[in-house]
Design a protein around this ligand. Sequence first.
Ligand SMILES: [Zn+2]
Ligand SMILES: [Zn+2]
Length: 78
Amino acid sequence: MKICLRCQHENDDQNNYCIKCGAPLRNICTNRRCSNWEQDVLLPDEAAFCPLCGSETLFKTFGLASSYLDISDEDLPF
Ligand SMILES: [Zn+2]
Ligand SMILES: [Zn+2]
């Protein structure tokens, strides 16, 4: 089960994108020539840029990586 970062919908593990809102469920490099694609290594959810080539990640292009950090800042109760 994969929880969508944008709408919190529970998706099947094999889904690459949320069936409710279309947000990506796996964070990968957007540069298809990057070795990240050959190694099939998933990046952390909070990664905004690829550690191998510096290109934006899929989550970053969808605004998920940055909004994830913004929310954690504003949701502090004290
Ligand atoms: Zn969703
Ligand atoms: Zn890359």
